[in-house]
Design a protein around this ligand. Structure first.
Ligand code: PLP
Length: 390
């Protein structure tokens, strides 16, 4: 057994050895600035454009529809602020969901403070939104819909193709953005099939490096610059190009997509085994959609546990998991997404998310199931002892 077992891949992933090798020359050999006009600079520029083509191909996009950013947070910020700036003369209403990542939610809140109105669509117990609920929220002044492709806490995959189609049928020129940070590199994606105008992704979620991401913007839907400066990315996103990061992201996405046939069934099998094992614990519940969920994500709540440090206790057994909420930071706040999905505030203070990768093994899953059972049993006993001794 390794020193620790890593099942927190929704938080971040290791850079794959192939990705690292692909990146290395761009730190010390071809370190030139891609904006420089001499041949050495051109070398970096060629590599950058190759990477753009690779990423576009992996998403079914044209290369001029890919804009490099510093990651998912920036892509989400850019999408929301960009549409708000571009379309505010048409209207000031934005629709998003109650289960978005903070990169979208806090940006929406900031736009509210600037005079925009935001509808936060509720979700059902599985974390799902129906096209009819979305259409019902559209107003004459709606300019943007931003709904995530897959949720980071409960793993639900939302029906973005159907949701986007329902919006486009309204023929109101509403821009559709999806945060695909948890989905890209984990499930097949095609921007044309989805029909979205804007899509965010982040390399460190699929075995690429941290600090690099991209925003897909459909031809004709390119956004005004969010970060201004030297005019890189055709004037839309300034800042010296992160060539090692860009190369690493392209390599990682290419590697992930080419491996889907092997990785998805393998990871889903491990996840199903984990879910089956944990659900044998009395009072354990799977959160998120039981069918439409990310291959690697398994998330749970447990009857009778409130504010209990499940994740910390699992850490004592060398298991790196997550609460998928502020609880992991010890704040004791309920997981926002679980509350939005209808779980009680109490129950939502003691959740457990495990997100697997191809590196996990059957033995690790068996060990995790055993230790989750031990930890839940111990926490329940401690709680009862504490309550009865008061
Ligand atoms: N969106 C989702 C759904 C995420 O899970 C994350 C990261 O956890 C982000 C956005 C932010 O991405 P990044 O860490 O690249 O800024």
């Amino acid at each position: 057994m390794k020193e620790f077992i890593y099942v927190d891949n929704a938080a971040t992933t290791p850079v794959s050895p192939k990705v690292l090798q692909a990146m290395l020359p761009y730190f010390t050999e071809i370190y030139s600035n891609a904006s420089a006009i001499y041949d050495f600079g051109l070398e970096a520029k060629i590599v950058k454009e190759d990477a753009r083509r690779k990423i576009g191909a992996a998403l079914g996009a044209r290369d001029n529809e890919i804009f490099f950013t510093s990651g998912g947070t920036e892509s989400d910020n850019w999408a929301l602020h960009g549409v708000a700036e571009l379309r505010s003369s048409r209207g000031k209403h934005i629709i998003t969901s109650a289960i978005e990542h903070s990169a979208v939610l806090h940006t929406a809140e900031k736009l509210e403070a600037q005079g925009f109105e935001v509808t936060y669509l509720p979700v059902d117990k599985n974390g799902q939104i129906t096209p009819s609920d979305l259409v019902a929220a559209i107003r004459p002044d709606t300019i943007l819909v931003s709904i995530m492709l897959a949720n980071n806490e409960i793993g639900t995959i939302l029906p973005i193709k159907e949701l986007c189609n329902a919006v486009k049928m309204q023929d109101r020129q509403i821009i559709f953005h999806t945060d695909a940070v948890q989905a890209a590199g984990h499930i097949p994606l095609d921007v044309n099939d989805l029909g979205v105008d804007l899509l965010s992704l982040s390399a460190h979620k699929f075995n690429g490096p941290k600090g690099i991401g991209a925003l897909y913007a459909k031809v004709g839907k390119a956004l005004p610059p969010y970060i201004t400066g030297g005019g890189q990315e055709r004037g839309r996103r300034s800042g010296t190009d992160n060539i090692p990061g860009i190369v690493g992201m392209a390599e990682a996405l290419d590697e992930a997509v080419k491996n889907f046939d092997v990785s998805i069934p393998k990871i889903a099998k491990l996840r199903n085994r984990l879910i089956d094992g944990v659900l044998k614990i009395p009072g354990a519940h799977l959160t998120g959609d039981p069918i439409n969920r990310l291959p690697g994500t398994a998330s749970f709540v447990f009857d009778g546990l409130v504010l209990q440090p499940i994740v910390k206790r699992l850490g004592d057994y060398g298991i790196c998991a997550s609460a998928g909420s502020a609880c992991s930071a010890g704040s004791g706040s309920p997981a926002r997404v679980l509350v939005a999905a209808g779980y009680s505030e109490e129950m939502s203070t003691a959740s457990l998310r495990m997100s697997l990768s191809e590196n996990n093994t059957e033995d690790e899953i068996a060990y995790i199931i055993e230790k989750v059972e031990v930890v839940i049993g111990l926490l329940r006993t401690e709680k009862n002892t504490f309550v009865s001794s008061r």
